[in-house]
Design a binder for this molecule. Structure first.
Ligand SMILES: Nc1ncnc2c1ncn2[C@@H]1O[C@H](COP(=O)(O)OP(=O)(O)O)[C@@H](O)[C@H]1O
Ligand SMILES: [Mg+2]
Length: 323
């Protein structure tokens, strides 16, 4: 049986700094299918945000894609003219950021900001105003009339995230990328925002890429998981496979450091000793080797490739449970 075509397909992606070239992301390959939610986990600096930004063609100045393809519905976004990319952003692929102020303009009323999103893609009509109101109601903004006339600073962090979600969804994208949108919020608000996004995804049958450094946060929200370490994918698979049968020693360590119900009140019991290597300094070895409890000689001599299936892939010479 042939595989159904992916909505988003990232193939052998490498991202590097332009000056004094440093590779930040290397050999990243994964797919998101129609209606599917995929989680990307990894500690800070592992390359999650750059991977997401590359999909939207929004890499920071001085950082660029040096290899590979980013295909959306079969079209390589790397080769798309800027005006075509702008059309796609918001209407096909949208992103919610960790800091809502990345997306919101501090000196413009919220109603006008949402209207501008519509205006940037379509003719504004007499119904556009009502569309903005509906979008704000949809994400649980209480007094929509007042919200339209407010500036972002007049809202709490949680409410600002809701507005940013409304903005990301107003043109009904097929793929939503969420880059740790709840990290800065307290636990109760975090849960509300996660539920809101999950509910919108379900209603719209939207595909999603959920980015987080916290495996516990995404476990219930996604179909498949991708584990990143030092700019590479070290393991990927269904949530069930990752949780019940982690193969990469790093994934194993991540799971071991998740707080269990019993120690929820306490801090993490276990954590992986050491810090990640900088991807551009790794050279011909496994980047996790210095921290790995399964390390052997060959791990320091060549880079393990990601091998396996959609259901489960791992990049490791000596996986957990093996030799
Ligand atoms: N604008 C930039 N210029 C140079 N290096 C960057 C830039 N942005 C991120 N990096 C580097 O790229 C790597 C990946 O960063 P990032 O994708 O933000 O990680 P994550 O989102 O997983 O925390 C890190 O080593 C980071 O320091
Ligand atoms: Mg990040």
């Amino acid at each position: 049986m042939s595989k159904p075509p992916a909505l988003l397909s990232i193939e052998n992606l490498a991202i590097a700094t332009v000056q004094d070239p440093r590779t930040l992301i290397n050999e990243v390959t994964f797919e998101i299918h129609e209606g599917e939610a995929v989680g990307v986990v990894g500690e800070s600096g592992s390359g999650k945000t750059l991977t997401a930004l590359s999909v939207l063609g929004l890499l920071p100045r001085g950082v660029e894609v040096i290899k590979g393809a980013i295909k959306y519905k079969g079209i390589d976004l790397n080769t798309l003219p800027p005006q075509e990319m702008r059309k796609l952003r918001g209407s096909e692929i949208s992103m919610v950021y960790q800091d809502p102020m990345t997306a919101l303009n501090p000196v413009m009323k919220l109603g006008k900001q949402l209207l501008e999103v519509i205006e940037s893609h379509e003719e504004v009509t007499s119904e556009s105003d009502e569309r903005v109101r509906a979008a704000l109601r949809e994400v649980g903004i209480p007094d929509v009339g007042r919200a339209m006339e407010s500036y972002p600073h007049e809202f709490s962090g949680g409410m600002r995230q809701r507005v940013m979600i409304a903005m990301a969804l107003i043109l009904s994208p097929k793929l939503l990328i969420a880059d740790e949108p709840t990290t800065a919020l307290d636990v109760t608000i975090q849960q509300q925002i996660l539920s809101l996004v999950a509910e919108e995804r379900r209603k719209r049958n939207m595909s999603m890429l959920w980015i987080t450094h916290d495996l516990g946060v995404v476990a219930n929200l996604v179909d498949r998981l991708i584990v990143m370490y030092a700019g590479r994918i070290v393991e990927s698979g269904t949530v069930k496979e990752i949780f019940t049968n982690p193969q990469h020693p790093y994934t194993y360590g991540l799971l071991a450091s998740l707080p269990t119900t019993a120690d929820k009140e306490r801090k993490r019991l276990t954590s992986i000793a050491g810090v990640p290597q900088k991807p551009w300094l790794v050279g011909q070895s496994c980047s996790f080797a210095p921290r790995c409890f399964k390390v052997q000689l060959e791990c320091k001599k060549s880079v393990p490739q990601l091998v396996g299936t959609l259901e489960k892939s791992v990049a490791c010479f000596h996986p957990v449970g093996g030799q």
